[in-house]
Design a protein around this ligand. Structure first.
Ligand SMILES: [Zn+2]
Length: 413
């Protein structure tokens, strides 16, 4: 790998391990838990601030708690290049989700700064507040606030112990009524580039250390309730049944067929059949469908085809149906310009790579609403994430951060 400026590999790895000790269970099988604005998260935030300061960045914390470390460019009036991720985790999470994007970005910018190179645009490393949404059931809080999409309602959501979001912010030292002060104008930010572990197996299967994300597949969540009739399993001939479970099974196969046809993904992740007796025909079935696609129009068509299928299957089987749209997040397309920069960077560094869509949600999904967005994926071992077994090799963390460094220089010069 040839590069003019090299990141400090040891420093990056040590930082990852140090941050990983915060919120780590003494039982390694229980991983790391740093729920947003918890004591562990607050400690992790202090750690990030310390490393940013040691790196010579100008650190400030905005009104929603996003930590921003700035490396001033030659033209302070030019829009900034933003890069980062998050340090909150799910319950029993791993070492790399979010952490790599924050610490890799700090290391990249620190190395650029130490090299003495002058860039036109300032670079801001950001650690977003509450990406995961585990504690309050609503994520991307920092990036929502920054892009102007956070609302009052969200601040009234309570966690499991009855504390509202506003109270949690207050306890962490923030004034929840000031969340709008975190809003940034589109003209202030030229681009947002996030490095993140893939959390899937595509790169591993292709034996590639990093990937270039083309789009983020926004999810649509449906909850389907089917009502048939719970008759006796022995006394009811097959042609006289209204079996909600069979209708569900047929719908599930249609979800598989249609999602594959559209090159999207469809998952029935939760099913419940009632009354649930061995010898009773299921009279009721409730199940969820998670549908994702990187292209909004194709996703709309995919969802339409699946809801049509639900309708004809239920009509044919004389089953009553109710479809509840629980959630719909627009997919986001990565900036063609940033994709090109990343392709060029990988070619220059002789890093083999591929383009791939991103199935999981990230703060970049929000950032795309106000600026050009790009993402670098780093290989995950066995595709495991949100789990203590989450792993990314040191070498891959280094390659990803090196690609990030070179791409930041290209974007900021
Ligand atoms: Zn993450």
């Amino acid at each position: 790998m040839i590069a003019t400026i090299q990141i400090n590999q040891q420093r990056l790895w040590e930082n990852l391990k140090e941050l990983g000790e915060i919120g780590a269970s003494s039982n390694s099988e229980e991983g790391i838990t740093r729920l947003a604005l918890s004591l562990e998260d607050l400690k992790a935030r202090e750690y990030v601030i310390r490393v940013m300061k040691e790196s010579g960045l100008d650190v400030r914390v905005d009104s929603i708690g996003n930590i921003i470390g700035k490396f001033e460019g030659a033209d302070p009036t030019a829009p900034v290049i933003m890069t980062g991720s998050h340090v909150d985790t799910v319950i029993q999470g791993g070492l790399f989700d979010g952490a790599l994007g924050v610490l890799g970005a700090i290391e990249a910018v620190r190395s650029i700064k130490e090299s003495g190179i002058k860039l036109k645009h300032s670079i801001e490393v950001i650690s977003f507040t509450d990406e995961e949404g585990t504690r309050f059931g609503s994520g991307y809080i920092g990036s929502k606030a920054l892009t102007g999409y956070l609302d009052e309602q969200t601040l009234q959501i309570k966690d499991a112990s009855g504390i509202t979001y506003a109270e949690a912010l207050q306890q962490a030292g923030f004034d929840p009524t000031c969340y709008k002060e975190a809003i940034r104008k589109p003209e202030e930010i030229k681009a947002y580039l996030e490095m993140h572990i893939e959390q899937g197996k595509v790169l591993e299967e292709n034996e590639l250390p990093v990937g270039i994300v083309t789009n983020i597949q926004g999810p649509v969540w449906l909850e389907v309730t089917l009502t048939g009739h719970p008759d006796h399993a022995g006394a009811t001939p097959m042609h006289m049944r209204k079996d909600a479970s069979l209708a569900m099974a047929e719908i599930m196969l249609e979800v598989e067929r249609i999602a594959s046809h559209y090159e999207g993904v469809g998952t029935v992740g939760r099913t419940q059949v009632e009354p649930g007796g061995v010898n009773i025909i299921p009279g009721k079935a409730v199940f969820t469908i998670d549908l994702r696609h990187g292209d909004k129009e194709r996703r709309t068509n995919m969802v339409k085809e699946i809801t049509d299928a639900i309708e004809w299957i239920c009509e044919k089987r004389d089953i009553q149906v109710e479809v509840d749209f629980k959630k719909s997040v627009d997919p986001a397309t990565c900036s063609e310009k940033i994709i090109n920069v990343l392709e060029q960077t990988c070619a220059e560094l002789k890093v083999p790579t591929m383009k791939l869509p991103c199935g999981a949600g990230h703060d970049s999904l929000m950032m795309t609403k106000i600026t050009d967005m790009g993402m670098i994926f780093v290989r995950s071992k066995d595709g495991i994430s949100h789990n203590p077994k989450e792993w990314t090799d040191k070498e891959d963390c280094i390659i990803g951060s090196q690609v990030l460094l070179q791409a930041l220089i290209k974007l900021a010069k």
